[in-house]
Design a protein around this ligand. Structure first.
Ligand SMILES: [Zn+2]
Length: 441
């Protein structure tokens, strides 16, 4: 049992700031939150936090761990005047170049970096067309070795190999869901990873693929995770090829429900947003990625019942992502204030609740003990009413001091439990080899 003493307790939704609180943790659960709890738990291991902020764990709602070794990439890449050429010249060559070793280090390093930035869970969306079978289990190893919670899935598509590739993607999603189901009664570490049924985007999945995705969803009880309308092309393609909006097309195959995660959605119509809301699906907004790919801005964030923040492969620093999301929104003339973006950050925990079937996102008895602890000395009062302002204009990931996931300290006093330098050295070698392999494709 762990007792966190003298914390400044933070809740995001509803916003709350309480000084001098204690948190008792047993197993993976918070069992009590209150004033001085020492007398109630005399045998607990105490951690004295001296007023540090303790908040519900930060969740990255959309990421691509397969791109973890692309930072500073040096490979011959043809000019990319539009989004589709960016996919073809860069990302769809990187994903084809991945092998078991580069994928493992990519996932492991991304998991460690997420934790270092205060992230307790990452929802991943994976592609490695030349290594489909078993790829999700390789990523899962990285999550578990770092101690990070998360989800992953394979991006089903036919963009490289037609029906055979579609079937292999579906099979990998189903096999992975079965692997997770088989570990349901194992240790806490074994239960850190859940899954979606993944698909790349409507423009790379034909109707036969949507039928298979619907069957996989039915068979596994999982939800769909897919990019939709990241670029206008996805919408034009759907209108041209299928004569309907992409969201209506997904709905026609029964693919929308409360476990569905739609990434980007920049070019969805009011009718499509209404349909997503009706089905209780969630949007993952990725502000930095949208800016990087010059795909435009999602002007309809305020219309979604449930929207969460993702990075789309640009790390997992959710403090930074929140700032970009807010500032870009202001720059685009949007109506929302920091409190809306803090709620979107909180909504990552709602996604976890829907997929892990246990409570997340509050400092309260009975909730999962996924916590981010920050060293933050504010020059101005910090209280519930201005908490979101502190996140937008002050607090950043340099303040992350410790991270608790499933009740375990996976990062303490800015240190991992073991030396990660050799892992980074091996990752650099794997990255150089990956870039060389890309040059051949
Ligand atoms: Zn993405």
């Amino acid at each position: 049992m762990l007792l966190l003493k003298n914390c400044t307790l933070i809740n995001f939704n509803p916003a709350r700031v309480v000084e001098n609180g204690d948190i008792a943790i047993d197993g993976e659960k918070i069992i009590a939150v209150g004033g001085d709890l020492s007398a109630d738990y005399p045998h607990a291991q105490c951690k004295y936090l001296h007023g540090k902020l303790v908040m519900p764990g930060l969740v990255c709602a959309h990421n691509h761990f397969y791109s973890g070794l692309s930072r500073g990439i040096m490979a011959p890449i043809a000019p990319c005047p539009d989004f589709i050429s960016t996919l073809k010249n860069l990302w769809w060559r990187l994903d084809r170049a991945l092998d078991e070793e580069s994928l493992y280090y990519s996932g492991l390093i991304c998991s460690l970096e997420a934790i270092r930035h205060g992230c307790t869970a990452v929802i991943d969306h994976h592609a490695s067309p030349n290594l489909i079978k078993g790829s999700l289990a390789i990523l899962r190893r990285g999550f578990i070795e770092a101690g990070l919670r998360g989800m992953t899935c394979f991006e089903t598509t036919d963009r490289n190999g037609g029906l055979k590739e579609l079937e292999a993607g579906i099979a990998e999603n189903i096999d992975f869901a079965r692997l997770i189901d088989a570990r349901r009664n194992d240790s806490l570490e074994e239960r850190l990873v859940e899954c979606h049924i993944g698909a790349h985007a409507p423009f790379t999945v034909p109707d036969s693929g949507l039928t298979m995705l619907a069957e996989a969803k039915q068979e596994t009880g999982r939800g769909l995770h897919i990019h939709v309308a990241e670029d206008r092309y996805d919408v034009s393609h759907s209108h041209d090829r299928y004569g309907m909006d992409p969201i209506a097309r997904l709905d026609k195959f029964g693919l929308l429900d409360e476990k569905t995660l739609i990434a980007h959605g920049l070019w969805l119509s009011a009718d499509e947003i209404a349909l997503l809301n009706q089905r209780s699906a969630c949007l993952a907004h990725n502000a930095r990625s949208n800016m990087n790919n010059h795909v435009g801005y999602n002007h309809h964030l305020a219309d979604y019942q449930l929207a969460a923040l993702g990075t789309d492969g640009i790390g997992a620093d959710m403090f930074e992502e929140l700032k970009f999301a807010y500032f870009k929104h202001r720059d685009a003339g949007g109506p929302l204030w920091p409190d809306s973006f803090l709620r979107m950050l909180h909504n990552g925990n709602i996604l976890l609740e829907r997929n892990f079937a246990q409570p997340f996102g509050q400092l309260a008895a009975g909730y999962t003990a996924d916590l981010t602890i920050c060293d933050y000395v504010s020059p101005t009062p910090l209280q519930a009413e201005n908490l979101a302002g502190h996140l937008a204009f002050g607090l950043n990931s340099a303040a992350v001091h410790s991270v608790i996931i499933a009740g375990r300290l996976v990062y303490e006093d800015r240190q991992f439990p073991s030396d990660i330098a050799p892992l980074y050295a091996r990752a650099r070698k794997a990255a150089a080899r990956l870039w060389q392999n890309m040059a051949k494709l």
